[in-house]
Design a protein around this ligand. Structure first.
Ligand SMILES: [Zn+2]
Length: 489
């Protein structure tokens, strides 16, 4: 018997419409850029979507899998138009090469480009045009901005159920299992989508506790119902300015459109009802540092600055939290992670370890969120910025944040990197020779994903409200594409 043919492709990106930086093809090429055997080498053994496809392949010898373009980059500003066109063309031309029994796409669902607020939708339409009625599945990030038009292109859609996202592989496996069942004629998937008419930030969207944990539990109850193949509530990505903005309830059933509709509407209503609990007001950086230092315990205290979290489209550049940290004079071993400044890393390398240099920290990409901080800094360490994740988030994935320097500024250790990535894994700090157990205070440009690896290692994690491209109040941002009624404007 001849093997069935599955085509797999990935285009994973979360775009912040309010970030001053544009993400080019080089960023994808430096982060995730593979096809064929190189994709298998890159993702094998990782807790990612393509890692799950590789595991699926090993358990399904009756399927022959072709890895087309797999591209991904850490969240950032809009993707350059030409970069999206190249990734899209790679995927579409790969699909055109032959006929397939099924196609699986690993998407984020909140990509934006310089001129296009819905590139994921365009890709899905293009794929559908090429493959006709071939069964098509996609998995999405919990922060996807999904529209019914997007889901309408798909036979099967699934999503992450956790935030921090530690089940990317699970969402892919779920999509693949359903896809195989469809190809074998065992299920006939139908979907329903219900939108919530508001935009929620993800500050209080963790699935470990709070309102989103309740929503996740309700979705799980629906998934346990006979005939339900998938039920997920996507929180949406607040800073992705898209006509599909806002949370989305998605339910896929086995040939029961009425059940899918009922479940999606019920989940969207539950999400809408909890809106006030998603609207939180974090303390200022100074207040957050004071609270952290006052929290008793032996482990370090952590303060996060979600407004400049690269995984929300932050630019590793806003000075608000660091300015407050300098002013606080914490009196305990303190680390700040990080500033994105490739030129400063290079200067530190030239000066070499032990040298003292004059620096300007932050306010480099844009001074819109605060002026640079001028200081004298001693070079403490230099690294190549490469490590393998130790924590549960993207566990075991190889990470390259570019060359880094660790500086001493007024007794505070400051990490400066050539790439702009959230310090979400303990290995980021051990790379710099930092023993987390001996720290008093850790201040980071990060949000909820940070908690996956650091909840156990810290005595508290307190987020602050500082100016940045991903702040808590959406009033600071000019939306062009999101429906105005979602913003209450
Ligand atoms: Zn996400």
């Amino acid at each position: 018997m001849s093997k069935k043919k599955l085509a797999v492709a990935r285009m994973w990106y979360e775009g912040n419409s309010f970030s001053p930086s544009v993400t080019g093809l080089d960023t994808f090429q430096a982060s995730e850029w593979s096809e064929g055997d190189s994709a298998v080498t890159f993702y094998r053994g990782t807790a990612t979507e393509i890692g799950a496809v590789i595991a699926f392949a090993e358990n399904h010898p009756d399927w022959d899998i072709t890895y087309l373009r797999c591209a991904g980059a850490p969240p950032g500003g809009p993707v350059a138009d030409d970069a999206f066109k190249i990734i899209e063309a790679d995927i579409l031309s790969g699909l055109m090469r032959q006929n397939w029994d099924a196609v699986y796409l690993s998407l984020h669902g909140a990509m934006i480009t310089e001129s296009n607020p819905t590139p994921d939708f365009d890709l899905l339409r293009g794929v559908r045009e090429v493959i006709g009625r071939t069964p098509l599945a996609a998995s999405f990030d919990l922060h996807a901005n999904l529209g019914p038009e997007m889901i309408g292109q798909l036979d099967i859609a699934t999503g992450y159920k956790t935030y921090p996202h530690i089940d990317k592989d699970v969402a892919a496996t779920q999509a693949l299992t359903c896809l195989v069942a469809m190809v074998n004629g065992r299920v006939a998937p139908v979907s329903a989508v219900a939108k919530v008419k508001a935009i929620y930030t993800s500050f209080n969207m963790r699935t470990t506790d709070g309102p989103m944990a309740e929503i996740a539990a309700l979705a799980e109850e629906w998934r346990a119902q006979p005939g339900v193949l998938e039920a997920t509530v996507f929180g949406g990505f607040a800073y992705g300015d898209s006509p599909f903005a806002g949370p989305t309830a998605l339910v896929v059933t086995d040939n029961d459109p009425a059940l899918a509709r009922r479940a999606a509407d019920a989940l969207a209503a539950e999400m809408a009802e909890r809106r006030p609990r998603f609207e939180i007001k974090p303390p200022s950086p100074a207040e957050a540092i004071a609270q952290a230092l006052a929290t008793p315990g032996d482990k370090p205290a952590a303060v996060t600055d979600p407004a400049d979290n690269p995984l929300s489209g932050g630019i590793g550049d806003t000075p608000g939290l660091f300015r407050a940290l300098l002013a606080a004079r914490p009196g305990v071993p303190a680390v700040f992670g990080f500033f994105w400044d490739p030129a400063l890393v290079e200067r530190a390398r030239q000066a070499s370890i032990g040298a003292t240099i004059d620096v300007r920290l932050g306010g480099r990409v844009s001074d819109k969120f605060g002026a640079p901080i001028e200081a004298s800094a001693k070079v403490l360490a230099l690294t190549d910025g490469r490590f393998r994740n130790m924590g549960p988030y993207d566990h075991h994935l190889e990470v390259d944040v570019g060359a880094t320097a660790m500086l001493d500024v007024d007794g505070i250790k400051v990490i400066v990197t050539s790439g702009c990535q959230t310090p979400n894994d303990p290995a980021y700090f051990s790379l710099h020779g930092i023993d987390l157990a001996k720290l008093g205070l850790l201040c980071v440009k990060a949000k909820n994903h940070f908690r996956a690896g650091f909840t156990e290692l810290t005595r508290c994690i307190i987020e602050c409200d500082a100016p940045g491209p991903a702040g808590v109040s959406l009033d600071h941002y000019d939306f062009r594409y999101a429906p105005k009624e979602l913003l209450g404007r």
